[in-house]
Design a protein. Structure first.
Lengths: 155, 182
């Protein structure tokens, strides 16, 4: 799975060479950001259910979507946030790409679920929930970066 | 291929749960020890030819028949192949050490290695001996307990004495190689 270290090792292996100084630099660079990432992952894991319910309630409140789909939406939002938690741990978008984005839009469509509801829910988490209360500024930046990535992929 | 981070992800995904505080402790340790890990990997990459050639030479010294006509390291072409393989094994150990996970070593180096050696007529007992010497040499260099010149160049963490844990981890990767060949 793609992460900061495996990318470097794959490239070195393809060339048949030992890890070089620039490889070490790039690995170290990713570790410098790791503290904020891991904090975001930890806080997200503890607030996963809360964020999911807040977002889905807000989206389904105004009645523009069929209430029957709400449970499925909760399930999927929960799934996506879990994948974001994984991405925060690995430091790359590998888990989202491999397990969340490829083919997922088609699956949402085939179940006749509105993708816009998902997008609205993630935008709600990004903009409306006061993330500062639970995590630091840097952790929030890392989390929001991945939310943006997912929103763009679903749009 | 996995690393210390993605290993956690694969385990958590199998359970369908998010990665919480408990699971993050190991990863935090990995990040905190990153400098030592890089130094330990450097201890391998800067001394590759020394570690490999010493190990092969040691193996031959213990069994001088290898370089005699009819021996497995005769003629020099086969001796050269032996040195090359020593370096390849060290390369994959250095990848595994950097990643903090053995999957790259297992998938790309050890999988089928024994079968290949059997098919080529390489005596695995001698190969194992060479890997054992490489293990001892690598650990000695990483912990700065080798005799002779200083071979550890701690650019990040300072001293080899601090690399004990990482050296033990490196030794475990060599053990995997030995296990795969046994």
């Amino acid at each position: 799975m793609k992460s900061a270290v495996t990318t470097v090792v794959s490239a070195a292996d393809a060339a048949g060479r030992f890890p070089s100084m620039s490889d070490f630099e790039s690995v170290k660079g990713s570790f410098d950001r790791a503290k904020a990432r891991l904090e975001a992952a930890e806080k997200l894991a503890s607030c996963l259910d809360k964020f999911t319910n807040l977002a889905v309630d807000a989206v389904y409140q105004n009645g523009s979507y069929e209430q029957a789909n709400k449970d499925k939406c909760v399930r999927d939002i929960h799934h996506y946030l879990r994948l974001i938690n994984y991405c925060l741990v690995t430091g790359g978008t590998g888990p989202l790409d491999e397990w969340g984005i490829s083919g997922m839009r088609e699956i949402i469509r085939i179940q006749l679920l509105p993708t816009t509801a998902y997008i609205e829910a993630f935008i709600f988490i990004r903009d409306e929930i006061k993330l500062n209360d639970v995590m630091s500024q840097q952790a929030e930046t890392e989390f929001k970066g991945l939310l943006d990535y997912l929103i763009n992929a679903l749009a | 291929m996995l690393d210390a981070f993605s290993r956690k992800v694969v385990i958590a995904d199998a359970k369908g749960s998010a990665i919480g505080s408990e699971d993050l402790a190991d990863i935090r340790k990995y990040v905190a020890d990153a400098n030592k890990r890089i130094d330990a990997t450097l201890a391998i990459t800067q001394n590759v030819s020394c570690i490999a050639s010493d190990a092969i030479a040691g193996m031959v010294c213990e069994n001088t028949g290898l370089t005699q006509p009819g021996g497995h390291c005769y003629p020099t072409r086969r001796m050269a192949a032996c040195l090359r393989d020593g370096e390849i094994i060290l390369r994959y150990v250095s990848y595994a050490l950097l990643a903090g996970d053995a999957s790259v070593l297992e998938d790309r180096c050890l999988n089928g290695l024994k079968e290949t050696y059997l098919a080529l007529g390489v005596p695995t007992s001698n190969a194992i001996r060479a890997v054992e010497i490489m293990k001892v040499a690598t650990v000695a260099i990483m912990t700065e307990t080798n005799t002779g010149r200083k071979m550890f160049n701690g650019i990040n963490s300072g001293s080899g004495a601090q690399c004990q844990d990482i050296a033990a981890e490196a030794a475990s990767y060599f053990d995997l190689v030995i296990e795969a060949l046994s």
